[in-house]
Design a protein. Sequence first.
Length: 464
Amino acid sequence: MKLSAYASYKPSGVEWLGEVPAHWEVKAARFGYLIQLGKMLQPEQGSETETEVPYLKSQHVQWEAIRIVELPTMWASPTDEIKYGIKDGDLLVCEGGDVGRAGIVINPPPSTIIQNALHRVRSYKENNLRFLMYVLEHATSQSWFEVLCNRSTIAHFTAEKFGALRLPMPTSEEQQTIAGFLDAQTAKIDTLLAKKRQFIDKHQEKRSALIARTVTRGLPPAAAQAVGLEPNPAMKDSGLTWLGDIPSHWQTIAVKHIVVIPITDGPHETPEFIDSGIPFASAEAVWDGKVHLTSVRGYISEDDHQHYGRKYLPRRDDIFIVKSGSTTGKIAIVDFDDEFNVWSPLAAVRCDLLKALPQFVFYALDSDYFQGLIQVSWSFGTQPNIGMGVLGNLNVVLPPINEQQAIAAYLDRETARIGQLTAKVETAIARLTEYRQALITAAVTGKIDVRAYASSRSHPAIAS
């Protein structure tokens, strides 16, 4: 797509806008839009005229869309419904949390209102709400809300800050042209992104199926024969209704019987964090089967490290299971020798090498069948939680050591191949996402003139 710049530009006086086309205006938002902060949550009835009505909060606002499902309710008067009510086409903008995130309302339930974590924005003087939404996306990409709302404390994008926010305001016709251009182009990009994410999902499903089948049934015949194993072993009932048959020479065994030390966890206290020192990892450091020391909770002193290490000190080939929080069940194996320590949300499994190889056990614990066991075994408070005693009593299927080694090597190779494919697609997704944002930025700041493109779309003969 070749789009030219405008003929001339002028300084906008706004840091995150830079120069804008010379004929554009730059004004405070209150001169172009009607901004209404939502109603404070009212859990009880205050008068006979009040009724329970559905309401939206910041969690319902996604970029460019509003998620309108299973809405909570609060008490509101008829006057409240008028003042805080929403209708088709309104723009909702987050006042707290991820401040500035904005989406357009489509087909809301009758009598729906907004909570005071949201602003409802309506057009004033025919300004285009979708244009404003894209402008807010650009401001977010420039981290402007972090500056405006002082994220060192609890961030709030107040009505006063919103009303004073200086925005580009070309004519309403040009705003509509820009919004229409971005609607069309981002829709095309989103279609491509969806296809690529489907590709990743498909390959992740393939990876999961491969692991589950191999750690419970053994290697495929050709792979087994290549390493000198029986390609079609006799099978037996595992004794577990959820598992079915397993090779007859394999056993089912509780995790607590394949460890060299009892399953344990990190300290049940909050350490004093320092600017640098020994990395202190928790659940957020566990993803993609690895422990990422770039995402640790913080750093602790050498003295605290030694103190906590009296209970447990991590080392290479230890396996961690997240045992509490939203990522309960996530698995990682330590593949490095750097010193670090862990917090209580992580349970540590250290294999008895005479019985179980860590890499095989990692795949077994990461398999769909074991993850299913975790999910039916965890308890709920505010979030999922599973105790170390419960984890220890869960069963894994264990072949002889030589087969464990062959299976681990096979899965290393096959999952790496799948990982390489998905990594390429993830890179393409990142580039498309960057291009999408760059296109929004260029259009709403006037770095490209989309009027000729829009005109050509409405006159196909010109486009040809």
